[in-house]
Design a binder for this molecule. Structure first.
Ligand SMILES: Nc1ncnc2c1ncn2[C@@H]1O[C@H](COP(=O)(O)OP(=O)(O)OP(=O)(O)O)[C@@H](O)[C@H]1O
Ligand SMILES: [Mg+2]
Length: 269
């Protein structure tokens, strides 16, 4: 899981826009640089081949899809179908072997490392199945840590982290370390960390995979709320009940899109 590890490392170098978390998120504003209404995500014939020589794995075999600002999309498929590979490409943590990826209308393949880091750190929030929290730090410090790598003073980042934790219902657990929190609470800390930089796009890979049904419900309610506020949410899961909560469900099988449908039940747009 080298890519997930690098994703975790990326979380440590988040820099943030100088806006407060609580209320003034502007839908789409943070992702589209020129204010255009380009889709957030446009993939065209994206292929991803791992390895070289005789043991090649074609994890993605020609993915073409478009996701508009403010959509709530679930990507569902069996183990090994290419979901995490897709998320790594969407999150600019990995690059396609071939095909095109436009993020908010911009061709990711021509961005340099600094631009890519900027995109990852400021515009995309990542949530993983393994919460990737540092065990020795309090919830508050875990949320604060990525902000501390930006040119943000301790005075500025502390209330930002506090607000993010309150946002996920953990205002009374800020001093707890991960080991003193339930799995669901740990995942909510991870979501608070992803939100602290005010990303317009939230990418979540099996965020409920380690949670019981109550904690799953909490996390899904939170995603629904974030979506209602105008964020674009892409949620990867292999659980049908989780996928049904999204407005649109893209099914992946063997690295290809098997179906792409707007939900007739449960989903909210
Ligand atoms: N770094 C890698 N090197 C080589 N092959 C890889 C690598 N990462 C993934 N694969 C292969 O690519 C395919 C897709 O993997 P991926 O992790 O995207 O699946 P997934 O849909 O996320 O599965 P799961 O539900 O089990 O998480 C699998 O066959 C996997 O073995
Ligand atoms: Mg996966």
């Amino acid at each position: 899981m080298a890519a997930a590890a690098s994703a975790a490392a990326q979380l440590a170098v988040v820099s943030v826009a100088n806006r407060s978390l609580a209320s003034n998120f502007e839908p789409g504003s943070a992702l589209t640089i020129d204010g255009s209404q380009a889709p957030v995500i446009e993939l065209e014939a994206v292929r991803k081949v791992y390895g070289t020589g005789t043991i090649e794995v074609e994890a993605l075999r020609g993915i073409t899809l478009s996701i508009e600002q403010g959509e709530y999309v679930a990507v569902v498929g069996p183990s090994g179908s290419g979901k995490s590979t897709l998320m790594h490409i969407l999150g600019c943590l990995d690059v396609p072997t071939s095909g095109n990826y436009l993020l908010a209308g911009e061709d990711v393949s021509v961005m340099d490392e600094i631009e890519l880091a900027e995109v990852r750190n400021r515009r995309i929030g990542f949530v993983f199945q393994q919460f990737n929290l540092l065990p020795s730090l309090s919830a508050l410090r875990n949320v604060e840590l990525p902000l501390s790598y930006a040119a943000m003073s301790r005075e500025a980042r502390r209330p930002r982290a506090q607000a993010a934790l309150e946002r996920v219902g953990l205002g009374d657990r800020v001093d707890h370390r991960p080991g003193e929190l339930s799995g669901g609470q740990q995942q909510r800390v991870a979501i608070a960390r992803a939100l602290a930089s005010e990303p317009a796009l939230l990418l979540a890979d099996e965020p409920t995979g380690n949670l019981d049904s109550t904690a799953t419900e909490d996390v899904l309610a939170l995603f629904a709320e974030l979506h209602q506020q105008g964020r674009t949410v892409v949620l990867i899961t292999h659980e049908e009940e989780v996928a049904e909560r999204a407005a649109r469900v893209i099914r992946i099988r063997d690295g290809q899109i098997a179906s792409d449908e707007f939900s007739t039940h449960g989903g909210n747009r």
